[in-house]
Design a protein around this ligand. Structure first.
Ligand code: AMP
Ligand code: ZN
Length: 460
């Protein structure tokens, strides 16, 4: 089966044909670097990594661009409120520039830990102010802009099909607009350039033909994607939250300036939801990859966890689900290790796996085939070779795993120590409770003549 992908713009799964023969241009919206990224953000980058690896498996070259938003993303998507970077600078005591460097580096470390392939180009909004001003100037020359007391705005009503990507109900939005429209002509108009406020000195600001200020959030992606990938390229990605505002506005700008919808395919990763908690950077209490590592999970457990859901379905995060992923991955590692040296891969299994992935990246179905192989009667060397081919896409470092790499979370070690102390004090009830707690974390204790042994549970 040839590769088919779901395009949010057309709302259908259709065959993917690259515009330029064999090289596929991908632009993925990067994070706003005012804080650490959370594991929800990372789910989106893991989906994009899967896409890229599937393109490689189909024989394509990829030119992958990710931007870093280090200016202009305001606390409200309605172009009001403060710049998140300036707020972040106040929170941390760093300058806005140091803040950007610090969180960009932290984000890139997460990439490496999760085996996400780095893009060919990282581009920062603040390094492309000139390109953004030129883009706005072009929109102005073509009659798509107007000025208010706080900035230059895009006149969305000048476009016939503004909001097509999100199937926006423009009339409904206008009628129900509870947000303060301010001086904007329509609720769907958005800032291209904001003037620096009179009363405060911004850390990040530049001169422009319209006055001192800073670019709006959406213009950076239109300006940088066009610069690095051209006026019309293959795939634009981001999380589902980008559909109604950010990507809608990127398309509007590019349509007005270049006459294209920017990308041939628009792909969106669906959200990771926290059970009973918010997964929003702005809420301040969110789970980072570092937090998972502190709790004893290896980053690739999180990668495996994300592979178990289709990118177009929302996924709910809980520690139990993560434990289940850890158990499954542990089983896969030790099975693969026990198979010894690879022989020749099974063409039939390889084909079935590829067919699932080429069907709009259906990784959950591909994983079901993987487990079928694990349980099958295929000879061990065949199983091993097949799995190693798949690991080019899974990127779980299957070949590198050794039994002694069983990592015990510090939390479990601590509970084991407490249980030993309880047993020394002959507190058998306490010891049993601790054993149950340890079991809930996915480990079993076996008390033997030569001491107590800790094993990963077979069925969590
Ligand atoms: P941001 O830094 O908020 O611009 O987000 C960076 C990327 O993460 C964007 O592609 C967002 O769409 C995506 N994203 C934000 N929250 C989540 C979430 N809970 N689950 C999955 N992706 C998310
Ligand atoms: Zn963007």
């Amino acid at each position: 089966m040839t590769l088919r992908l779901f395009d949010t713009y057309e709302r259908e799964v259709r065959p993917f044909v690259p515009l330029d023969n064999r090289e596929v241009g991908i632009y993925a919206c990067g994070p706003t670097v005012y804080n650490f990224v959370h594991i929800g953000n990372l789910r989106t980058y893991l989906f994009e990594d899967l896409l890229k690896r599937v393109l490689f498996a189909n024989g394509y070259k990829v030119n992958h661009v990710i931007n870093i938003t280090d200016v202009g993303h305001l606390t409200s998507d309605a172009d009001t409120g403060e710049d998140k970077m300036e707020v972040g600078a106040r929170r941390t005591g760093m300058s806005a520039w140091e803040l950007a460097d610090f969180y960009t580096a932290a984000f890139q470390v997460d990439f490496t830990k999760l085996n996400i392939l780095p893009p060919d180009i990282w581009c920062r909004a603040t390094d492309h102010i000139e390109e953004q001003i030129a883009f706005i100037k072009d929109l102005e020359d073509k009659g798509y802009t107007y000025q208010t007391s706080d900035g230059i705005y895009f006149d969305s009503q000048k476009l016939d099909d503004y909001g097509h990507l999100a199937r926006l109900d423009i009339e409904g939005l206008k009628a129900g607009a509870r947000v303060d429209q301010g001086e904007r002509r329509s609720v769907t108009d958005f800032a291209l350039w904001k003037f620096s406020p009179q009363e405060e000195k911004r850390q990040m600001e530049w001169d422009s033909p319209w006055g001192r200020g800073f670019p709006g959030w959406h213009i950076e992606c239109s300006a940088m994607s066009v610069k690095y990938l051209g006026d019309y390229f293959d795939i634009h990605c981001g999380g589902e939250d980008h559909i109604p505002i950010h990507h809608t506005n990127e398309i509007a700008q590019t349509e007005a300036s270049r006459g294209t919808r920017l990308a041939n395919f628009w792909l969106h990763g669906y959200f990771l939801q926290m059970e009973n908690a918010k997964m929003a950077k702005a809420s301040g209490e969110f789970v980072t990859l570092e937090r998972l590592i502190e709790k004893g999970y290896t980053p690739l457990v999180y990668r495996y966890f994300c592979l178990t859901a289709h990118y177009r379905s929302q996924m709910s995060f809980s520690w139990e689900n993560l434990n289940a992923a850890r158990t499954a991955l542990g089983r896969l590692y030790s099975a693969a290790w026990s198979w010894g040296e690879p022989g020749e891969a099974s063409k039939i299994y390889l084909q079935r796996f590829t067919d699932c992935l080429n069907d709009d990246l259906n990784m959950p179905r591909a994983l079901a085939i993987l487990w079928e192989l694990v349980k099958s009667d295929e000879p061990d060397p065949v199983k091993k070779a097949t799995l190693l081919v798949w690991d080019e896409i899974l990127a779980l470092d299957i070949q590198a795993w050794r039994p002694d790499s069983l990592e015990i979370p510090e939390q479990v070690n601590e509970l084991v120590r407490q249980r030993e102390a309880a047993r020394e004090n002959q507190d058998w009830q306490g010891a049993d409770k601790l054993r149950e707690q340890i079991a809930r974390l996915g480990f079993t204790l076996e008390d033997g003549r030569d001491g107590t042994r800790l094993k990963r549970s077979e069925n969590v």
